[in-house]
Write a protein that binds this ligand. Structure first.
Ligand code: MF3
Ligand code: CO
Ligand code: CO
Length: 242
């Protein structure tokens, strides 16, 4: 899991360094395809299938502005001031790593900067709630406690997930507070934390392509994701970037 996480993080780092105004989303995808192969890894999302949608056509997800997640890398050109989330999931030696970040294209507006900063704080707060013996639900509670006072909202329909020999495994990791008991965290458990934060309302809509998730109100959304492992005394970020 450490090797897979490191490789995935390195690809994300390299891909984000390429991003500039005028770049097409499918150019990010082509870069990711080459970089993943160069590390001896494989994209976990290319050809990924879920009921009711065609196989995912990209090597990564590229989610721009009002796209919440699962954006398909297409011919769209990034514009000055846009935000774009690049989400990389790769498999190396039979294990998966999953990580994403949202970057600014050129100079951010104050609003975009606030959104991205809030998203990074949300992820950090979620990770800080991970330790053996803590309830899984402490993660969502910690994220919500950070995001609400900053005036942003959290998407409820998607969460983090267990990860290991498959990209998506139980448990589901909520990014909001959910009443009632939840499983106890235990050393060795690996899962993702990947809050989706919105400037406006958190309701979402799926486009006809069966993948692209957008905000219903069209306002911007950002996301950040790490794969983490519960350790004997806390947490290890497996997708720490170089
Ligand atoms: N990387 C995404 C996640 O964080 C999974 C994307 S599945 C895809 O769980 F098929 F949309 F790419
Ligand atoms: Co994930
Ligand atoms: Co991901």
């Amino acid at each position: 899991m450490r090797r897979a996480g490191r490789a995935t993080a390195a690809t994300l780092h390299a891909a984000c360094a390429q991003i500039r105004p005028g770049m097409r989303l499918d150019a990010i995808d082509a870069f990711v395809a080459r970089d993943v192969a160069a590390r001896g890894a494989r994209s976990s999302v290319l050809g990924y299938e879920v009921a009711g949608a065609p196989p995912f056509p990209g090597h990564c997800c590229t989610s721009r502005n009002e796209v919440v997640c699962h954006g398909i890398p297409d011919a769209t050109e990034l514009q000055e001031g846009d935000i774009v989330n690049v989400d990389i999931t790769t498999e190396l030696g039979g294990w998966h790593g999953d990580t994403s970040r949202t970057v600014h294209v050129g100079t951010p507006s104050p609003e975009a900067a606030h959104l991205v900063q809030t998203t990074e704080r949300a992820l950090a707060a979620g990770i800080a709630a991970v330790r053996p013996g803590a309830p899984l639900g402490a993660i969502g509670a910690a994220i919500e406690a950070v995001v609400r006072p900053l005036g942003c909202t959290l998407v409820r329909e998607f969460g983090g997930h267990g990860i290991g020999r498959a990209m998506h495994q139980p448990p589901h990791v909520h990014h909001v507070r959910v009443p009632g008991p939840s499983p106890t965290l235990w050393p060795g458990m690996c899962f993702t934390i990947e809050p989706m934060v919105c400037l406006g309302r958190p309701e979402i809509r799926m486009l006809d392509d069966g993948w692209t998730v957008v905000t219903a109100d069209g306002r911007w959304s950002a996301q950040a994701e790490h794969t983490v492992c519960v350790t004997d005394d806390g947490v290890e970020i497996l997708t720490h970037r170089p």
